[in-house]
Every structure is written in C-alpha cells, then in structure tokens.
Ligand binder design. Structure first.
Ligand SMILES: [Zn+2]
Length: 231
C-alpha cells in the first residue's frame, strides 16, 4: 500500500517531468529556427565574401584600363609637344603630361593595393566555404535528429500523462479538492518535500507536530505556503 507521502512524491515527480517535457516540446520550433538562421548567416558571409572579391577585381580592372588610357594619352601629348608652336603651348603640354603622370602614379598605387586586397580576400573564401559546409552539416544533423527527438518527447509525455492519471486515482477523495486547487495555483510545484523539518518550496520550518504527523504517514500541508508535503 502506498503511503500519502509516497504518493505525493510520485505525483510531484510526474508533474515536474510532464512540465519539463512540455517545455522541451514547446522549445523545439524555436531551436530549429535558430539552427536555420545559423545556416542563413553562414551563407550570407560567403556570399558577401564572394561579392567583395568580385568588386575588388572589377576595381583593379577599371584602374588598369584607365592607366592604359593615360599612358596612351601621355604618348599623344609627347608627340604633340614636339610640334608645339610656342613656349606657352610647350608649357601647357608639360603641364598636362606632368598631371597625367601623377594620375598614373596614384593609379599604380591603387592597383597594387587592390591586388594585395584580392590576394587576401581570395584566401578568405575557402575558409568561409569550409565554415558553411560545417554549419550545413550540423544543421542537417540537427534537423534529422529533431524529428526523432520530438517524437520521443511526445511519446514520453503521453506515457507520463497516463502514469499521472493512474497515480491521481489513488488520491483519497477528501484530499482531491486540495490537490486540484494547489495544482491550479502552483502547477507542477503543488507539492514540496520536507527536509530537516523545512518545506523545500517556501523554506519555512514546520512545527514538530506537523513533521511528526507527516512522518506517521498522514496527509500534511505546509502551514506557510499551503503545498502538500512529503518526505
Ligand atoms: Zn511551504
């Protein structure tokens, strides 16, 4: 025969177990969404890396084209300069040539910097690809396991609910209303263990009388928080 304390301990265990299962089941879609977001982030990082590389290459190519045009322009000026008719015209060509050379020098610097940036960015792509592959594998693994895990949680929940129902049938009729009321108020924490004459829910000390009654196998509630006690 089950004592009230044993029954309450078992009810408490089942109520807590059911609550924890429900929390885990409710969290499942959020966890899956978080995993999928991780994958999207890794995909974006690779895409951004590739876009940046493409952009750097376009910039270098543009600068090289401009540089080539400037070199041709300088040659043209030099040729025209040979047939300059006045000192004023000569100075004007010199000025244009100097200006174009300065532009060439700036462009060469930019191209060098660009080539160095391209090298750096090119080296980054395989790392980003590796990270993406890793995340993709992890997420696929999570998804494959998630369905199985959810089914297991749901079957555990159904089993625990059945056990709770059976255990609740053992509650004496005169105690059942108190149990229902406490369940509505405290949910899975409708009961509390008494340790060293102390209610573990509210940490209030019990009178010697109450603790003795509980140890004798009677139905006892905490005089402070009202929870059903067990040892
Ligand atoms: Zn209490």
């Amino acid at each position: 025969m089950t004592t009230p304390a044993e029954l309450m301990r078992e009810l408490h265990r089942l109520l807590r177990f059911i609550r924890d299962l429900q929390v885990q089941i409710a969290d499942a879609p959020r966890e899956l969404a978080a995993e999928k977001a991780r994958l999207t982030q890794a995909e974006s990082r690779l895409k951004e890396g590739q876009d940046r590389l493409k952009h750097l290459k376009v910039r270098v190519h543009e600068n090289e084209t401009t540089l080539k045009g400037l070199h041709q322009q300088i040659k043209k000026y030099e040729k025209q300069r040979e047939s300059a008719a006045s000192k004023k015209e000569l100075d004007a060509f010199d000025h244009e040539i100097e200006h174009a050379r300065k532009q060439c020098s700036d462009l060469e610097d930019q191209i060098l910097q660009g080539l160095s940036d391209i090298d750096e960015q090119t080296a980054l792509i395989p790392q980003l690809e590796k990270q993406l592959a890793e995340v993709r594998r992890e997420v696929a693994e999570y998804e494959a396991g998630a369905q199985e895990r959810l089914q297991r949680l749901q079957s555990e929940l159904a089993k625990a609910r059945g056990e709770l129902e059976s255990a609740e049938k053992l509650i004496p009729d005169d105690i059942r209303p108190v149990y229902r009321r406490l369940l509505a108020t405290f949910g899975a924490e409708a009961m509390a263990q008494m340790v060293n004459r102390t209610c573990q829910a509210c940490l209030m000390s019990l009178t010697l009388q109450r603790s003795l009654e509980l140890e004798m196998g009677r139905f006892v509630t905490c005089s402070n928080c009202g929870r059903i006690l067990y040892t």
